[in-house]
Design a binder for this molecule. Sequence first.
Ligand SMILES: Nc1nc2c(c(=O)[nH]1)N[C@H]1C(S)=C(S)[C@@H](COP(=O)(O)O)O[C@H]1N2
Ligand SMILES: [Mo]
Length: 271
Amino acid sequence: MAGSALLPSGIWAADRYEELRKELTPLKAITSYNNFYEFSTKKEEVAPLSQGFRSSPWSLKVGGHVSKPATFDIDDLRKRFPQEERIYRLRCVEGWSMVVPWMGFPLAALLKVVEPSPKAKYVRFETLQDWKQMPGQKSSWYSWPYVEGLRLDEAMNDLAILATGLYGNPLPPQNGAPIRLVVPWKYGFKSIKSIVKIDLVGSMPNSLWMQAAPNEYGFYANVNPAVDHPRWSQSSERRIGEFFRRKTLPFNGYAEHVGHLYARMDLRRDF
Ligand SMILES: Nc1nc2c(c(=O)[nH]1)N[C@H]1C(S)=C(S)[C@@H](COP(=O)(O)O)O[C@H]1N2
Ligand SMILES: [Mo]
């Protein structure tokens, strides 16, 4: 992979990249402690239950308010968009965190190819629906398929990527093979896995978590130590592999890159 040769340019270098590299969570932990409710709500069950998942062939349909809707084959996507390494903090809304070396490309690069029209205000993402492969989807507790969304300007921010790998190898099923979103300044649930469809839409998408518990999981879900979850504090987190809790950073440490997106918003109300 090209990751290490490509010394992160622009905002990367500024983001204490080499320091984060020293904090990497081991591959073993990243691939065995997973939230992926389509397989199981128990983190340790996800990896074993997902091993036979068919992530090839795979196509990703991009449409909605765009001038050039298209369906991409995953191998074409990998060839068309240069894969970069991006080491990001991942903060789950449940209060734990990791540091993950993703491989992927900016979501903005894909969106530019399909050319969003002026009506496009939000981006809506959808995970595969196939209960034969994903036993968790037999549960009617959640409204499948898993849906997530971003405002268009958030989606165009260079930090938002579509990841296709981690630690230099293709994504394993439990981490969202073959392609998933990674939005490092938001709680982990926004980073939707195993995406089959992306639509540019005019109004705010209704995500699976907003439908499940609107008072607990808002659309924005920016990591914010000052706004507690109704059932627990968000001021600190447990980094997997560490003993002491550490302070949670505003926007998960990415405030200088994304803070401007929310300048005129009340982050307590729009959580
Ligand atoms: N389709 C789908 N995407 C998902 C989830 C899920 O259950 N289904 N869980 C989310 C949550 S809560 C987190 S914390 C991250 C976990 O990603 P990881 O297992 O790669 O660490 O994936 C997110 N993406
Ligand atoms: Mo999460």
